[in-house]
Design a binder for this molecule. Structure first.
Ligand code: AMP
Ligand code: MG
Length: 426
């Protein structure tokens, strides 16, 4: 296991007091370990879980050439070029009940979708193109089919011996179906990641408590709960922890002993008078960063706990918007990587900014925006009013985050900007 110093030395231009977002992400990617334990689950229980081994198809899917249409199976060589083709019907093939008879030249077989192609036949003409003569012959007009049309080939979905799914995938509804099509009842997945989280700050009150003078309700545990729940990790909500060294120490120790990752909010900014940073530093190997971003400048990162049982620590800022932004910027991908997943980059939309945006080069800004489709089909984005990092309403109103990149400067109205849409974000 590399020390934090080792990792820092691999990051070009590492400066903990003005760390670009990209460098912070790279650092974290090098830092986080992946869960090792694997369990086998019934495929239905594996939805959203991370595949731990490649799944190699033991069979061809489909197992035979079969018809893609209801119609008549025939030999391409029987089709008459430039004129109508007339064929006698030798019999019928149903899905699950194939036609096993002999088909002579000049004959076809009535066939249903999914039925195995009779021996020697390679083409299907859909029923709606055909007419039947009084003598029972099927009439196929010129030019409606070519050899090979409407035939599904053996193994065209999954070929035997080929990887059907690659380890690191988060299993989707389509994947469950794919596994079922292979006849596979169970699938190996990584064990779920355990994540403990708590809020720090003496001004915080929990729901149900009276709101004393100068206090606020703890909202960060709820946004964190929501974001973590979507990631599919196991949650350990440890409540609000008071700003007392003993209480903090107990909470961090308990969290580190029972979870793979510990996420806290609050108490990591420079001016903090409280004990959170001090206890973090005392219980592990922790760095305190100032990230070149807005919102969300301060953040603590590292490992805490006893050697041999250490947990990753993500000490997020306290401001409610900063918590969400730093979660999406750093924690989401880190937790996915720890879960064994190959994180897919968050989808970006290019949208026309309806308003000019002030932006200083040298930091990444995440502004909350409302994306909509203009009549011309292009995506437009409008910033949701005040962007203060304490204004959680801006996050709730928004349906996406405008990402103004590190080097980027002011944006003019009408310029294209990158937006991370919330819809579909895990
Ligand atoms: P801090 O990072 O501890 O300096 O907190 C920054 C701001 O975020 C302060 O105004 C805190 O009151 C507020 N804050 C911290 N934690 C929470 C929380 N869990 N829920 C709501 N607001 C919070
Ligand atoms: Mg505080």
């Amino acid at each position: 296991m590399s020390s934090l110093q080792d990792i820092a030395s691999c990051i070009s231009g590492y400066d903990p007091n003005a760390l670009p977002v990209a460098q912070a992400r790279e650092f974290i990617a090098r830092l986080v370990p992946k869960v090792q334990a694997i369990e086998s689950l019934a495929i239905r229980s594996a939805l959203g879980r991370v595949l731990a081994r490649d799944v190699v198809s033991a069979i061809d899917v489909p197992s035979h050439d079969n018809s893609a249409m209801d119609g008549f199976a025939l030999r391409g060589t029987d089709l008459v070029d430039g004129a109508e083709t007339l064929l006698f019907v030798a019999g019928t093939g149903f899905a699950g009940q194939q036609f096993n008879g002999v088909v002579d030249v000049g004959q076809c077989v009535r066939i249903m979708t999914g039925a195995v192609m009779p021996n020697g036949l390679d083409t299907v003409v859909p029923q709606e193109f055909t007419k039947t003569n009084p003598d029972g012959r099927v009439r196929i007009p010129a030019g409606v089919v070519r050899t090979g049309d409407n035939r599904r080939l053996r193994g065209e979905d999954l070929a035997r011996g080929e990887p059907a799914l690659v380890a690191g995938r988060i299993l989707s509804p389509a994947d469950l179906g794919l596994l079922a099509s292979l006849g596979q009842a169970e699938v190996p997945v990584y064990r779920r990641l355990r994540v403990a989280f708590f809020s720090t700050g003496d001004e915080l009150r929990s729901i149900g408590e009276p709101l004393d003078e100068g206090c606020v309700y703890d909202s960060n545990r709820y946004t964190l709960y929501g974001m973590l729940q979507r990631l599919g990790v196991e949650l350990l909500d440890m409540g609000v922890v008071r700003d007392e060294p003993a209480a903090l120490e107990t909470a961090f120790n308990q969290a580190a002993a029972s979870a793979d990752a510990v996420i806290t909010s609050g108490g990591v900014s420079v001016g903090e008078a409280d004990h959170t940073k001090q206890i973090m530093a005392q219980l592990g190997e922790v760095l305190f960063w100032k990230i070149a971003m807005r919102p969300g400048r301060p953040m603590a990162i590292g490992r805490i706990g006893e050697p041999g049982h250490q947990a990753m620590l993500f000490g997020l800022p306290g401001n409610p918007v900063a918590v969400m932004v730093t979660f999406y910027a750093f924690v989401r991908d880190a937790l996915l990587a720890m879960s064994g997943a190959t994180p897919e980059p968050m989808p970006l939309l290019r949208a026309v900014s309806e308003l000019p945006l002030r932006k200083k080069p040298g930091r990444t800004e995440y502004q909350r925006g409302i994306v909509s489709q203009a009549p011309d089909g292009r995506w437009h984005v409008r910033i949701t009013g005040a962007q203060g990092s304490g204004i959680l309403r801006s996050m709730s109103q928004a349906n996406g985050m405008v990402v103004l990149h590190h080097e980027q400067g002011n944006v003019n109205a009408g310029d294209l900007v990158d937006v991370i849409p919330f819809n579909g974000l895990i």
